[in-house]
Design a protein around this ligand. Sequence first.
Ligand code: PLP
Length: 589
Amino acid sequence: MTEKRIYLDFNASTPLAPEVVEAMRPLLTEHFGNPSTHHWAGAPAKAAVERARAQVAALLGCDPDEIVFTSSGSESNNHALKGVFLANRDRGDHIVTSAVEHPAILRPLRFLETLGAKVTVLPVDGHGRVDPEDVRKALTPRTILVSIMHANNEVGTVQPIAEIAAIARAAGVLMHTDAAQSVGKIPTHVNELGVDLLSVAGHKLYAPKGVGALFIRRGTRIEPFVHGAGHEQGRRAGTENVLLDAGLGAACEVAGRWIGMPPVRELRDRFETRLKELFGEKLTVNGAGAERLPNTANLNFVGQVGAEVLARLPGVAASTGSACHAGSVELSPVLAAMGVPAQEGMGAVRFSLGRTTTWEELEDVLSMLGAASSPTRAAASAGAPVSSRREHWEKVYGEKSEHELTWHQANPSTSLQLIANAGAGPATRIVDIGGGASRLVDALLVRGFQHVAVLDIAEGALDKAQRRLGSRASAVAWVAGDVTSWEPDAPFDVWHDRAVFHFMTCAEEREAYRTAMRKALRVGGQAIIGTFAAGGPDRCSGLPVVRYEAETLAAELGLGFQLLESLREDHVTPTGKVQRFQFCRFVRT
Ligand SMILES: Cc1ncc(COP(=O)(O)O)c(C=O)c1O
């Protein structure tokens, strides 16, 4: 069986947004000219770079000529620190930073110390926050720059940058922030933050690796980073990386629509709540007492080692907050600076969620962790009797929000095709089993179907559907209950089940399902049943499922049902997992 892949390391890097790929495509295939030339070949390249510059500027709330394209977040930080130091030596040599900065800040500062810079590294509190008063106290007449990150890459703690910048500005000191992790996740308007310099890293916001940007407020004294011809207003020589600049521009435009990431925050919070229920005091959340990035969950599995926790999550991409060296475990410098006790921090794991993360993926992680940590829980969830199934689905649908609809719940195109193939029309009496969370009922009403019933075990799902449909809901018969105990009173022409039968993991349940189906369906009526196919996942929404081929499903239904056709649907999830699904259409003989 191929291993399920779940990507929860979006703070390490992100995939390309589709809009980014589209923006880059013509530059790969057509527009090869040098943007500095003044003929037909250079013009589209130049236009692409300037459009991208304007897109980055729009996200940051500055003018395009205040943006310099770079090769990375690291280069942007290097440019800011070294450029300000070299251009302001007549004013001073003192730089203030924090203990939780990325190495792309701390290492260049260490280098600048060899050139005579004096660096003050401020402590943070238990949540990873710098106290603005500490910044004020650290300033001296020789301070030329304060560089404090906007959001921390490991824990997600957001620093009070506006407060710190106001203190720096009042003292005539330049303010830089490394916003590699915050751009695209939370607001990063340079004027609201009050900063003079701000670093962007493309691959953290769905742009390619190898591109970044530096905001340099007009009038800031800063040495160029690469000397040469006059590219990037003389600040970074080298023919522009047109392709990647265009990708970053498009990524910034898309990111503007994601600021705050409310659906991602909701998933992260729910994930943390569930973990706390599972582990109690054996789980602590780093940075929980401060404002945090909406996508980041940095968790201590108390008394465990982070790498070992991850080893029990095969297929899950996430990071640890501790490193093992020759058998001993060392806390990350960030957790150490926060004063996290070794007993807790050595079990740190960072799960960083992205735009495409689904609750289903997090539930898979939860069930792996639950199974790994408590054998009794694992045993309890292996089979799923009706009462626990009801509870389970009430919870899933009660908490699932609109954006978490799976592709096939939102687009029941295969179902509609098979319903059409069954010769169904407005007068057909059709029942949708487990259809509470699906949009099939909406599609049937739009097509004029007048006799639709929806049965679902989760009353919450039915309530939601009724609220969504408003006055149209009265045209539907809503049945709250489990199919295995349903006593249908009217014979139907079509039985539709997109994903209920494969949850029937024991023989008695399957027999009860068949009994209900035989009672509900008139002879000559048709049954359309969708199940995971061989090669599909063996769990869905945290519950075990049985997978079928058309023949095995036909054999399972037994005499009285004749297979007419089967259609395959490969669901490619946003993280690239292929879930094999199939629909079979039977006639009741
Ligand atoms: C806070 C922070 N700054 C800087 C960087 C470096 O960015 P890049 O990988 O583009 O050099 C990272 C990347 O992890 C980061 O998280």
